[in-house]
Write a protein that binds this ligand. Structure first.
Ligand code: UTP
Length: 478
């Protein structure tokens, strides 16, 4: 391990000597902890990160040939790009039956907007049962395993900040009935959080450096370093179904998407994406674009208003394809990127409130606005590294109800309402009479587990005896 003098020399060389200000007053174990944290930092990279992302802000330049990314429309008979749904689903199902598909959730985020104590995946999301997000995903996986008669191993990326709590939660809930050996947890990397005014590395206490997880883009490296890719290879897994921890409506296993990704003529089978049409031009979503023959996501803050608002002759938005952070990736693609010593994804900078101490006094620093700069990598930047990549349209009401905020837009309230509304539509498609309010919302609260069905047609043929009608105000979970 690094000695104090070595650490001091290395820190002074990069202008971060303050990290040892309180070393003399620390006890032995705090000293060891601090030195090991310092050792894990990529100190040589720090000065240029501070220069590029704190002292300056990177300027985004729009590619001159930027256009909207083509996509497979939700309705396969859409003349814009017709496709053979039956054949595609068959291809996806064949991969599932052969055990070649894994589920992968990125759950290393800090969920600061939600303000929930504990890993976000433990948040009670189910509208009737209060099931956690993790349990809702486990239901998806258990349902798929039963339907396709094969194991769907589940990889869960945590961060050093929530790893233990996540694993404990699964143990407490007996892995929600999934095989213990078929669920693997691994933490992603972290980066030091920087003082937004000076670029100094922040400290949360006299012996702890403030760090933040290195973004969902850190998953590419973490899959490799953790041994998850090796585990996939051992199992014969070829494709990874990637999703975020905050969307209880996600179809964790979607045969049509898997099939398109793996078998469509214009897909390299390396990395594919799902999109939903943006609801309005200013909606805060990244947009799938195309440039130099590659698909890429442009963040909403980088897409000029004139392009956001541009419309086609039929009135629809030209840049319509909003990213919902659902991807398929091949094991081979991730392996290729992560094994390349030159591989790296660009950093994105976010200004955030980071609780910290004053490095001169060691006392908690007074909280003011966004005092810190966090650097993160985004997984969608890997799209540019694919040979070819496809985008597939899906229906927002069916597949996207994220829980990001404590209240308001994208909150638990809106998500639960959307989960109940989807269940209501599926019940109605099966002939069940669902009471509705004068404004059309279900006048009851419904929840359907993915163990029961993952679509209205599955519910119909699932052999369940459904009630002929739901009473007003009723709460029903199936
Ligand atoms: P968000 O962008 O919503 O970030 O993450 P967050 O950290 O969870 O929440 P806020 O911004 O602090 O409120 C989108 C997805 O990416 C994962 C999150 O767990 C979530 O599933 N993520 C994000 C990671 O796995 N690691 C990260 O470093 C960041």
């Amino acid at each position: 391990m690094l000695t104090h003098d070595e650490a001091k020399a290395r820190l002074n060389a990069v202008g971060q000597g303050h990290l040892l200000n309180f070393y003399p007053v620390l006890d032995e174990s705090q000293r060891r902890g601090l030195l090991s944290q310092i050792e894990s930092l990529d100190l040589d990279a720090l000065p240029s990160l501070v220069e590029q992302y704190v002292k300056n802000k990177p300027v985004f330049t729009l590619p001159p040939d930027l256009g909207p990314a083509p996509y497979y429309p939700r309705h396969e008979k859409d003349p814009a790009k017709p496709w053979d749904r039956a054949a595609v689903e068959k291809a996806g199902e064949a991969l599932l039956r052969a055990g070649k598909v894994a589920a992968f959730v990125v759950a290393g985020g800090q969920g600061s907007r939600l303000g929930f104590e504990g890993p976000k995946g433990c948040f009670p999301a189910g509208p009737v049962t209060g099931k956690s997000l993790f349990e809702i995903f486990a239901d998806n996986i258990a349902g798929a395993q039963r339907r396709y008669g094969a194991v769907v191993p589940w990889y869960i990326m945590t961060s050093p900040l929530n790893h233990e709590a996540t694993v404990e939660f699964f143990k407490k809930h007996r892995f929600f009935g999934l095989g213990h050996n078929d669920v693997m947890f691994f933490p992603q990397g972290v980066l030091p959080s920087l003082d937004a005014a000076t670029g100094d590395v922040l400290m949360t206490s006299r012996h702890e450096i403030a760090t933040n997880p290195d973004g969902h883009g850190g998953s590419i490296k973490a899959l490799k370093v953790s041994g998850a890719l090796d585990d996939m290879r051992r199992r014969g897994v070829q494709h990874i179904s990637y999703f975020q921890v905050d969307n209880p409506l996600v179809r964790v296993i979607d045969p049509a998407f898997i099939g398109l990704h793996a078998a469509a003529k214009d897909s390299s089978g390396e990395m594919s994406s799902k999109m939903i049409p943006k609801a309005y031009p200013e909606e805060k979503m990244g947009v799938f674009c195309a440039s130099r023959g590659k698909v890429e996501v442009i963040e909403y803050s980088d897409l000029p208003a004139s392009l956001q608002q541009e419309r086609l002759a039929d009135g629809s938005l030209r840049f319509i394809a909003g990213s919902i952070a659902i991807h398929m990736m091949s094991v081979e693609f991730v392996e290729r990127l992560a094994s390349d010593p030159k591989f790296s994804l660009p950093y994105h900078r976010a200004e955030k409130k980071v609780p910290c101490i004053d490095p001169r006094t060691g006392e908690p620093a007074p909280a003011w606005g966004n005092n810190g700069v966090k650097l993160e990598r985004f997984v969608f930047d890997a799209l540019a590294l694919c040979r070819a990549s496809i985008v597939y349209e899906t229906d927002r009401a069916e597949e996207f109800a994220p829980i990001k905020n404590a209240t308001g837009v994208d909150s638990v309230e809106t998500s639960r309402a959307m989960q109940s509304a989807r269940a209501a539509r599926w019940f109605e498609a099966c002939g069940v009479d669902v009471p509705r309010t004068p404004t059309g919302e279900p006048d009851c609260v419904l929840e359907l587990s993915a163990r029961t069905a993952t679509s209205a047609s599955e519910l119909m043929i699932g052999g369940l005896t459904l009630p002929p009608r739901i009473e007003r105000g009723m709460r029903l979970a199936l």
